[in-house]
Ligand binder design. Structure first.
Ligand code: BES
Ligand code: ZN
Ligand code: ZN
Length: 499
């Protein structure tokens, strides 16, 4: 895709169509809408006046007209963006994605977009480019026929009066973020026979090389040496060996607080059958996305490698397959984690917390002072929050607040659930230090979190349960259904703010 910045003469862009944002109940008075109205011989005003188009968010009207003179484009796409007060940077990404998908459907691959946002030009460019790139992601990777070709050839962004240089740097930032989100989505969408732990590690290594990150893979022998009995217990039932993926980003010049190290830790269960506590067969196929937390860490680290913030970041993924066979863990087994804590496994389907136990402990051992783990950890979070909010829990209110605030800025909603000693009592075991389930059907998401908390020593820690938000059941005008790459933009903002 060629992306261009334009700062004046929107209509004269060398493209086939012009897409423009329209606010709710907007009247055409002056400026760009007036110009477009003139260009179309009054068509824009007439669709707005006749209330054919009200400017509600996501509404679209496509106008065809005879262009003449200097203007090449002979199509205009009006896109509603709702009330001006609700129109922030994340909505620019939605607008851009909606425009791209709409126009591609009409076989138009070159267009200019006027988002008409008051925000900083470079930020508008970042959002728009990200929205365009993520809108092009499709699920049909393994189709050999009827594959969609939805590639945009030319995208020209118009922000009146902005500096060309700012728009260009914003656009390239947005493309990096969008490509990194698509990298995550591709991983989450991969079939589990293809993306097993070893393949996940291979993809991480290849990506790390491309973007200049250090990458180390711990195999089972190394895990044994380090005493990661909790993590390894999950993979005993699988023919696929477990892998711990470690990515390191070190800035050339560091500006962050001295001694501070952020670690992003992801659950990378490449398939979750439940193990011996096997899941019902209906819907089990969805469990290919149980590595979404790990995929999110990989995508975020990819973007970090390319954007080069001035703080170091550590990425850790526990890549494991949860299968039942003769060597699998049994309900009633007791295992010892790397920290020395003993765990009674009472349900082998509560495996995410078992792999994260050793992964967060490893992160802290590597010097992490701030840990954010992310996981498709519980079905309970889907009951509590649906697919609209990611649950956030943690031992440090400052960190939790920061995540919620960064999320708000980036259009990703987080909702805090509590952790406390009372909840931790629910996982006391009769025969070991702790057990991996507790409380029956009560507070499932919290119980998962307080289990992970047992393996944090001094670090500030937050846990994101993305089981409800990492996969979308329905398509939207700006994106397909399926993997969402949730939390990447929020985490990048968190990193940016700690510089
Ligand atoms: N991967 C699942 C959580 C999950 C369920 C994600 C449904 C997405 C949709 C996790 O490993 C799991 O099975 N959790 C159990 C925990 C229970 C046994 C305490 C659950 O949520 O049922
Ligand atoms: Zn499970
Ligand atoms: Zn799982």
């Amino acid at each position: 895709m060629k992306s261009q910045a334009i700062t004046n003469n929107f209509q004269e862009a060398n493209v086939d169509a012009l897409a423009v944002a329209i606010f709710k109940d907007e009247k055409i008075t002056s400026g760009i809408l007036k110009d477009l109205d003139k260009l179309t011989g009054g068509l824009v005003d007439s669709v707005i006046k006749t209330e054919e188009f009200k400017g509600e968010a996501g509404e679209t009207v496509f106008l065809r007209y005879a262009a003449n003179g200097k203007v090449k484009a002979n199509r205009i796409l009006l896109i509603g963006v709702g009330d001006k007060i609700d129109y922030q940077l994340p909505q620019v990404a939605v607008l851009a994605g909606t425009a791209a998908r709409y126009l591609i459907k009409h076989n138009i691959r070159s267009f200019a977009l006027a988002p008409r946002s008051d925000a900083d030009g470079s930020d508008v460019a970042t959002s728009a480019a990200q929205g365009i790139v993520t809108s092009q992601f499709e699920l049909d990777k393994y189709r050999t026929q009827d594959k969609k070709d939805n590639k945009v050839d030319t995208f020209a962004l118009f922000v009146e009066g902005a500096r060309d240089k700012d728009l260009k740097s914003g656009l390239s930032r947005g493309e990096i973020i969008g490509d990194s989100m698509n990298f995550t989505r591709d991983l989450a969408n991969e079939p589990p026979n293809i993306l097993h732990p070893t393949e996940m590690a291979n993809r991480a290594q290849k990506m790390a090389k491309e973007v200049g990150l250090k990458c180390e893979i711990l195999d089972q022998a190394k895990m044994e040496k380090m005493g990661m009995g909790s993590l390894m217990s999950v993979s005993y039932g699988s023919a696929q060996p477990p892998k711990m993926i470690i990515l390191k980003y070190e800035p050339k010049k560091s500006t962050g607080k001295k001694g501070e190290l952020l670690a992003l830790v992801g659950k990378g269960i490449t398939f979750d059958t439940g193990g011996i506590s096997i899941k019902p067969s209906e819907g089990m196929d969805a469990m290919k996305y149980d590595m979404s937390g790990g995929a999110t860490v990989l995508g975020t680290m990819r973007a970090i490698g390319l954007l080069q913030p001035t703080v170091p970041v550590l990425g850790i993924i526990a890549a494991v397959e949860n299968m039942p066979d003769g060597k699998a863990s049994r309900p009633a087994d007791v295992v010892t984690a790397m920290t020395g804590k003993t765990i009674e496994i009472l349900n082998t389907d509560a495996e995410g917390r078992l792999v994260l136990a050793d992964a967060v402990a490893y992160a802290e051992k590597q010097g992490a002072t701030k840990i954010v783990d992310m996981a498709t950890l519980t079905g309970a979070v889907i009951i509590a929050l649906g697919d609209l909010n990611t649950a956030v829990l943690g031992n440090d209110q400052g960190l939790v607040d920061e995540i919620i605030a960064c999320g708000k800025e980036m259009g990703e909603d987080f909702w805090q659930l509590p952790v406390s000693k009372e909840y931790s009592k629910l996982i006391k075991s009769d025969i070991a230090d702790i057990k991996n389930i507790g409380g029956g059907r009560k507070a499932g998401t919290i119980v998962g979190a307080v289990f992970i908390q047992e393996f944090i020593k001094d670090a500030k820690w937050a846990h994101l349960d993305i089981a409800g938000t990492a996969w979308a059941d329905d398509a939207k005008p700006h994106r397909v259904k399926g993997p969402t790459a949730v939390a990447i933009r929020t985490l990048l903002k968190l990193v940016e703010k700690s510089q």
